[in-house]
Unconditional design. Structure first.
Length: 210
């Protein structure tokens, strides 16, 4: 009887030992993780979070532009666009519109196709940040910053009182049309219709010649 109990204990101990050996040493591992299966395909680093200043006031993106002729043509076209944009800017802009223009000017400086010109312009922006609270202020700031560039290049300065005439886009009529009320437009349309009717009547019934 005692031998049976000893044998049973030995068998139980042996079974437990075999189970533990299987669990810790023989049991196959689970499928490898994606990082092990395809090393290098998983980026463990956290995505870079760029602040607004990093985006708008970062380093110049474009390379140097060595062609003097291309540089001059680019400058003339740019100033034409720049002053026309400021002349069309809202007279009473919203906060969102002000921030849009401010950000655009800083990004414009980063992405200007002439790298060395862009660096110089960024220097001017650091000294004289964009003024965007109204159309007149933005246009005046644009003329001032243009003269800062001209001073550096030893070019003649603009009379900022007449900058709008020099860079006139011919858009004033469009703005006046936008400001007309529906009644004004209706009256103009009716007047034009009456004029056309009078012209048609005159053509059909010519006046007698005495």
């Amino acid at each position: 009887m005692a031998n049976r109990q000893i044998t049973r204990r030995i068998l139980i101990s042996l079974a437990i030992s075999i189970f533990l050996i299987f669990v810790f040493f023989i049991k196959p591992d689970g499928p490898p993780s994606p990082a092990i299966r395809a090393p290098g395909h998983i980026d463990k680093s956290a995505p870079a979070v760029l602040s607004k200043d990093d985006l708008t006031k970062g380093e110049v993106v474009m390379p140097r532009l060595g062609n003097a002729t291309a540089k001059a043509e680019l400058g003339r076209a740019t100033w034409k666009y720049f002053h026309t944009m400021l002349a069309r800017y809202p007279e009473d802009p919203t906060e969102e519109q002000q921030e849009t223009l401010r950000s655009f000017i800083y990004l414009f400086a980063r992405l200007y196709p002439c790298g060395e010109c862009a660096s110089h312009f960024q220097g001017h922006l650091k000294k004289y940040p964009p003024q965007v609270s109204s159309r007149n202020i933005a246009a005046g700031w644009g003329c001032f910053i243009h003269n800062e560039v001209n001073t550096m290049l030893e070019k003649p300065l603009f009379d900022c009182n007449n900058i709008g005439d020099f860079y006139d886009c011919g858009c004033a009529g469009d703005e006046e049309d936008d400001q007309e009320t529906g009644t004004d437009k209706k009256d103009k349309a009716q007047a034009a219709t009456r004029d056309e009717a009078d012209d048609a009547e005159d053509a059909t019934f010519p006046a007698e010649i005495s």
